[in-house]
Ligand binder design. Structure first.
Ligand code: E4P
Length: 219
């Protein structure tokens, strides 16, 4: 399973990139507004230079024609931009039009297997089931990821499944076990994934034992 960063914070993306485990980024209008940077194009272009893999940027207009027009503009910002299109009937129309033009789509805000299947049939490169938001609504978000992976496997659909709306490291484990191709995670969760208290205790003990030997040699 690949790891994408789910953020529009350039500093976090630079930090994450140093770890060598981040192969893409997903942004959305809420994440961008959190950063308070009004220059959408500049931020997305900068992210695309830091991470050479897929960088998802969402359309922020309504209506199929307007979405297609904006998607074409965003797609021209960098070769690795992927356009996020919401999982609606209009979104399907937009996705199939963009797929015909070889513009990659991340079919986002996906909350059902039917939506994911339709997104794949329309030619989306990625579908994003929102695990955390489903959990919040009293459903089992990861069960949806499992179902989508199974159905895509069964019908050999090439669309990749991004486990999105990830809230904690346990979600990442479950996404990997469910066979998600990608988990898109907030920076905080990525850092939590690196941690284990026994590793910290072990490192501290090795260092102090080593310092004991060094001190002994010095005597
Ligand atoms: C994914 O592409 C979305 O940006 C994101 O995962 C949404 O997460 P949230 O439910 O925490 O806002």
């Amino acid at each position: 399973m690949e790891i994408f960063l789910d953020t529009a914070n350039v500093k976090e993306i630079r930090q994450g990139a140093k770890l060598g485990v981040v192969s893409g980024v997903t942004t959305n209008p809420s994440l961008l507004s959190k950063e308070g940077n009004a220059d959408y194009e500049a931020v997305v272009k900068e992210i695309c230079t830091i991470i050479p893999g897929p960088v998802s940027a969402e359309v922020v207009v309504e209506g199929a024609e307007a979405m297609i027009e904006q998607a074409r503009k965003i797609a021209a910002w960098a070769p690795n931009v992927v356009i996020k299109i919401p999982a609606t009937a209009e979104g399907l129309e937009v996705t199939s039009a963009l797929a015909r033009e070889k513009i990659k789509v991340n079919f986002t805000l996906c909350f059902s297997l039917n939506q994911a299947l339709l997104g794949a049939l329309a030619g989306a490169a990625f579908v994003s089931p929102f695990v955390g938001r489903l959990d919040d609504a009293g459903h089992d978000g990861m069960e949806l990821v499992e179902d989508i992976v199974d159905v895509f496997d069964y019908y050999q659909l090439p669309t990749k499944v991004i486990a999105a709306s990830i809230r904690h490291p346990e979600h990442c484990l479950a996404a990997a076990k469910a066979g998600a191709h990608i988990a898109t995670v907030p920076y905080k969760v990525l850092m939590q994934m690196t941690k284990h208290p026994l590793t910290d205790v072990g490192v501290a003990r090795f260092l102090s034992d080593w310092q004991g030997i060094s001190r002994g040699k010095g005597k």
